[in-house]
Ligand binder design. Sequence first.
Ligand code: 9MJ
Length: 785
Amino acid sequence: MTSKDEIDQLRAQLNQHNYRYYVLDDPSVPDAEYDRLMQRLKQLEAEHPDRITADSPTQRVGAQPLSAFTQVTHEMPMLSLDNAFAETDMVDFNRRILSRLDLAADTQISFACEPKLDGIAVSLLYEDGLLVRGATRGDGTTGEDITQNIRTIPSVPLKLMGSGYPGRLEVRGEVYMPRDGFERLNAQATERGLKTFVNPRNAAAGSLRQLDPKITASRPLQLCSYSVGVVAQGELPDQHDQVLKQLAEWGFRLNPLLEVVSGVVGCLDYYQRVLQQRDQLAYEIDGVVFKVNDLALQQALGFVSRAPRWAIAHKFPAQEELTQVRAVEFQVGRTGAVTPVARLEPVFVGGVTVSNATLHNMDEIARLDLRVGDTVVIRRAGDVIPQVVQVIIDRRPDNASKVTIPAQCPVCGSQVERVQLVKRSKAGARTAEGAAYRCVGRLSCKAQRQQALIHFASRKAMEIDGLGDKIVQQLVDTDLVRSPADLYRLTPDQLQALDGFAELSANNLHAAIQARKSVALSRLIYALGIPDVGEETARTLANGLGSLDRVRQALPDTLIWLPDIGYEVATEIHNFFADEHNQAVLDDLLGEMDQITDEDGLAASLAASVTLADLLQRMNIDGIAKVGAQRLAEHFESLDNILQAEAVQLNQVPKLSTKAVNGLLQAIADAEWVARVTALESQLRDFGMHWQCQPAEQDSADTLPLSEQTWVLTGTLESMSRNQAKAHLQDLGAKVAGSVSAKTDCVVAGPGAGSKLAQATKLGIQVMNEADFLAYLQRYGITPA
Ligand code: 9MJ
């Protein structure tokens, strides 16, 4: 094949893969294959620079930053849409159309319906099938030339697909940022200490406004087309929906919810159906758009001022509203964290009345520059909790007051202490830091007591049936319960004295509490509410260490041997159990309980898997990695021998580098290091480790079929609930994660699986359907109830 043919073929393949991935959301090859084709094309183009064309997939980004955008005058003005806010507005819209067209009042006109994307309207001009200009709507008459930014959006065709397109064709549509991309972008900005975007629309607008197209290229933008402007040297179909379908064939992304309905009743029904789906959509919409489908009728209807008579936007309830901050109060959580909450002038937003919004922490207040009395933008999108996203500084009253953290806990009056928070990346670099505040009152603080007990009794913790939040509140308010142990000491009489209890209900709750005197170890660990210890970590601790005693004693250096436990979490766990107050509360609780069972009957797996070489490798000795550690372990056979070794002996270890010898000498001379490694070794021995032994126990967690594997569940399964499927996988040793990444080993996909399945296919990860999964479980003797 000649290089020209190969270049043509690569471009065609890349365009096709790109179209499948970004326009159809249906990837056809793994990313690695796409990258390989792209590399090959870049290589060929470097060898034959004369063959580079503007529509080559390599040429999306590459233009130099501009110093300013130039103005563009639209050949056909880009109109705006009239709004309808109520059903009566829609009925009036329909009536105006019928009367203007001289049609009978009961005529059912065909309307094309689409969701109204909340982004930035743009115009894309194609000449002979090539993208020659991209522009913003601007004021409708003049916009800005943003061609080089538009070219970076992967769902924008640089060259139209197929054939039959007009010589000049202006495609119009919306550039928007899907929700997941927006969340990711803001999370990155927060991590880097940069300003976040208020909403996906502002993020899309800000991304298109960049003078440097490389920045635009790094933003997750999408284009969806919804109409045409200039059409010359060619013709298009005579119905709006057919025009859009024709655009799809030329390579544009269309909204999959596009429909044609009959009459205003059809429009109102469509509005309701899309409204129901709003929160589940991958992108934000602020309503739906209705357009008379017949282009001849559109022509006959014409325009009034700047909007067409044949189209209308029926708006959804706003997801952002302005209101005022009446006060900022402080709440105390389970671990004593003191967090600010904004008390707001009640406002209707995202379909509910909102009068409180969390402010997260004092850093957030500083970032927003929020004061009491300020007018703020409240956002409630999807079913997430309402957020304060912006302060309108221009409306700040003279008497607005700054927010300060109270010196005393608002609930118990104990001192509030400041704790420095440092977030680290996996490599240990600081990624963010800030201050948190904590009430030092522990269980003497009613707020902490109440939250701790609610957590203790909750379903994933001790699962005490019938012990709901309201009852816990009464038990705390009446001082009947001051710690988890007190729960077990409650008598039926005491319960019966509470509001809403009779003899039977009191006896039932008493029995339910007593029934939870014996639980699985992992439940108890989770129920204790150790900071940073969720269900999964609790299970790891229970399975890996096998007994509560070991968990209580484990040193941070020991804990980090367990899967997915890093040094920070290890330190939190160790500090929790080292704390005298926690020890007393736990001893008291254990005194009331009967039996803590290791739920899966697994023996401690940690000890069996540790060797002297592993230990040396992990003790941060300069110059010593896996191989060096192995050589040392083989030569000296025990840690004692190594600690007593001098330079002469170390130099006798075959093939040990000078750097490793020096690193080790330095470590041995460091009393703190020696104390750490000795304590670790002694603890691992106590926990049952034997140097150089093979895994002793066959059923240890490390030898479970799915140890070290990560699985993801998506969609719904018919034969079992998601929690049951999760439990089965965990029994087999797998970690069950909430999202698909390169680390995922397998995805179980039931009907209704969406983006996770797409992601798995994209990454080339194994996918099982329900039948495969059942057969797989069967192999290990698991049959769902
Ligand atoms: C949006 N934003 O989704 C129009 N739009 O049509 C749709 N906007 C529009 N159509 C004419 N789907 C002017 C604006």
